[in-house]
Design a protein around this ligand. Structure first.
Ligand SMILES: [Zn+2]
Length: 465
C-alpha cells in the first residue's frame, strides 16, 4: 500500500491524496486550491498526477476545498466512478454548477484585461457543461453500507458530523501476503451538538489514519453556546440599527445559522428584523438540507414534528434575482444578510462588504474558518484597510466572531474522538489540512495520545508500507 499526498499537504485547501492498493489508484477528494489567486490559478489547472491513471475516486464531502476540482479532473481524463454519500452527490450537483459559473465569470473579467494588453485569453477552469459531465460520475452510497471497489478492497462511509452528507472514508483491504488492514480518511471532522447533524461516528481498529488538523491547536467554545452568542450579536445590531453581514459557507454554516435564528424566533428571543439569505448556491444547498432528513439529528426532527420548518420562518427570505440582491443595498437597518462565499473570495458577499464595510454601525460576523491570504482572513484580523474588487477601503464596521459555530472539531474534540477510536492501535497517522502551527502542535498531541508514527506530509511525499 502506498499513499501519495498532492493537496491539503502543509496547507488547508486543495484536498487530494492517492492511496494505491494492489496496483489500483484510489483518489481521496479533489478539492479546489484557494488563497493567493495566481498560485491557486496554476495549481487548480495543473494536477501533479495523471487523472487518466486514477482507477476510482472516493469523496469525503461537498465542500469546495474537497470536491471543487472534480470537474477539472474529469475534463483532464478521469473516466471512473466517484463514490460519495447521497446528500454529498446532491450537494455536488448544485455546487459544481455554481462554481462553473464563477470560473467562467472570473475568466471573462481577466480576459478583458488580457485582450486589451494583446495577450492570449485564458480558458475557464471548467464550464457549466463540464460540471454536468462531472456530476454524471457521482455514485451515491448510503452511510454504514460497505461496498466493494476491487477484489480485496472494500469501502464504507460513516457520518462525520461536519456538514450534510460528510463522511469518514473507511477502506478495508488485503494485499498479497499481508493480513487485513484498515485506512481511515477523515475528510473534515465534525463536532458533537452541531445543529441539525448527527454526531461523528467512532471507527475502531484503524491501522493508517489520514486526518485533518484545521483546529489542531485551538479550543472552541461548545457548539451548544452558538445560539446565545448569535442572539447577543443580533441584539447589538438591533441597537446600532446597522446591517449584520454574515459571510457563510453556502453548505453547512448558512443552514446552521438559519436554523439557530429560527430556534430563537420560535422561543420568542429574536428581535423583529428582516433576515436575508442572499446567495443562489446557499438557497439551492438549503433545498438539499430539506430533502435529506436521514442525516438530521433527533432535535431537528423534533422541531419539524412540532410544526416548524427548520429552514423557513417569518421574516426570513431567500433572495432570488440579482435585482433583489441589489435592493438590499438601499434598505436601512437593522437587518441581517447571510451571504457567500464563506471566505469572501467571490459571490454576492463581496458587494455587501463593499457597500457596508465603511459604516461603523454595521457588524461583520465571522462564523467560519478563513484561510490565509483571503479577504475573509483580513477582515477577521481586523486589518484597517482591505481591498475589494481592486479598490482599497477602510474597515470601519465592527468585526465579531462566533467560534462556537465552527463545524470542525477542535484539538480536544479530535483527541477525544481518536481516543474513542483507539489511538494506540494506529500504526501511522498523517496530519493534513492544516496550517503549519496547527499541524506541528497537533502531531505532537497525537504522539502523546499513543499513535505510533505521526507524519506531516509535504506535497508529493510518498509513503509505502
Ligand atoms: Zn469541510
Amino acid at each position: 500500500m502506498k499513499i501519495t499526498f498532492h493537496g491539503a499537504a502543509r496547507e488547508v485547501t486543495g484536498s487530494a491524496h492517492i492511496v494505491t492498493i494492489n496496483g489500483k489508484n484510489i483518489l481521496l477528494d479533489c478539492g479546489l486550491f484557494q488563497g493567493r489567486r495566481k498560485e491557486a490559478f496554476e495549481k487548480n489547472r495543473n494536477f501533479q498526477f495523471d487523472p487518466a491513471k486514477i482507477d476510482v475516486m472516493l469523496l469525503s464531502h461537498a465542500h469546495m476545498d474537497h470536491s471543487g476540482n472534480i470537474p477539472t479532473l474529469v475534463k483532464r481524463g478521469y473516466k471512473g466512478k466517484i463514490f460519495c454519500t447521497e446528500a454529498t452527490a446532491d450537494l455536488c450537483d448544485v455546487m459544481f454548477q455554481d462554481c462553473a459559473r464563477i470560473q467562467v465569470h472570473d475568466v471573462e473579467y481577466i480576459n478583458k484585461k488580457r485582450i486589451s494588453q494583446g495577450k492570449a485569453p485564458f480558458e475557464p477552469l471548467y464550464t457549466v457543461e463540464d460540471a454536468d459531465i462531472a456530476s454524471k460520475h457521482l455514485v451515491p452510497i448510503p452511510y454504514s453500507k460497505p461496498f466493494k471497489i476491487f477484489d480485496n478492497v472494500e469501502v464504507c462511509f460513516h457520518d462525520a458530523g461536519h456538514i450534510l452528507g460528510s463522511a469518514f472514508v473507511e477502506i478495508n483491504y488485503k494485499e498479497n501476503g499481508t493480513g487485513a488492514k484498515k485506512i481511515v480518511f477523515t475528510g473534515d471532522i465534525g463536532r458533537r451538538d452541531i445543529p441539525i447533524l448527527q454526531d461523528p461516528v467512532v471507527i475502531k481498529d484503524i491501522d493508517y489514519l489520514i486526518t485533518e488538523s484545521t483546529y489542531g491547536d485551538r479550543k472552541h467554545p461548545p457548539a451548544a453556546d452558538a445560539k446565545a452568542a448569535l442572539k447577543a450579536v443580533v441584539d447589538k445590531i438591533f441597537q446600532t440599527r446597522g446591517k449584520l453581514i454574515i459571510p457563510a459557507f453556502s453548505i453547512g454554516r448558512t443552514q446552521y445559522i438559519v436554523y439557530l435564528l429560527n430556534k430563537l424566533h420560535s422561543e420568542g428571543q429574536l428581535r423583529t428584523l428582516p433576515i436575508f439569505v442572499d446567495s443562489p448556491l446557499s438557497s439551492a444547498a438549503t433545498e438539499v438540507y430539506r430533502k435529506h432528513k436521514e442525516c438530521w439529528d433527533a432535535a431537528a426532527l423534533e422541531f419539524l414534528i412540532d410544526g416548524h420548518e427548520p429552514f423557513d420562518f417569518e421574516k426570513l427570505r431567500y433572495t432570488e434575482s440579482v435585482e433583489e440582491s441589489r435592493t438590499l443595498n438601499d434598505m436601512s437597518g437593522p437587518m441581517i444578510i447571510i451571504s457567500a462565499s464563506g471566505m469572501c473570495e467571490a459571490g454576492r458577499i463581496l458587494h455587501h462588504l463593499r457597500n457596508n464595510i465603511e459604516d461603523p454601525r454595521n457588524i461583520i460576523l465571522v462564523v467560519g474558518y478563513m484561510a490565509e491570504n483571503t479577504l475573509g482572513r483580513r477582515i477577521a484580523e481586523h486589518q484597517k484597510l482591505v481591498k475589494i474588487f481592486g479598490t482599497v477601503q477602510p474597515l470601519r464596521a465592527g468585526v465579531e466572531e462566533i467560534a462556537a459555530l465552527s463545524a470542525h472539531a477542535d484539538e480536544f474534540e479530535m483527541l477525544d474522538y481518536f481516543d474513542k477510536c483507539g489511538a494506540s492501535h494506529i500504526e501511522h497517522a498523517f496530519c493534513v489540512h492544516g496550517e503549519q502551527n496547527a499541524l506541528e502542535f497537533f502531531s505532537t498531541k497525537l504522539r502523546e495520545a499513543g499513535m505510533q508514527n505521526v507524519h506531516i506530509p509535504s506535497p508529493g511525499d510518498v509513503f509505502e508500507f
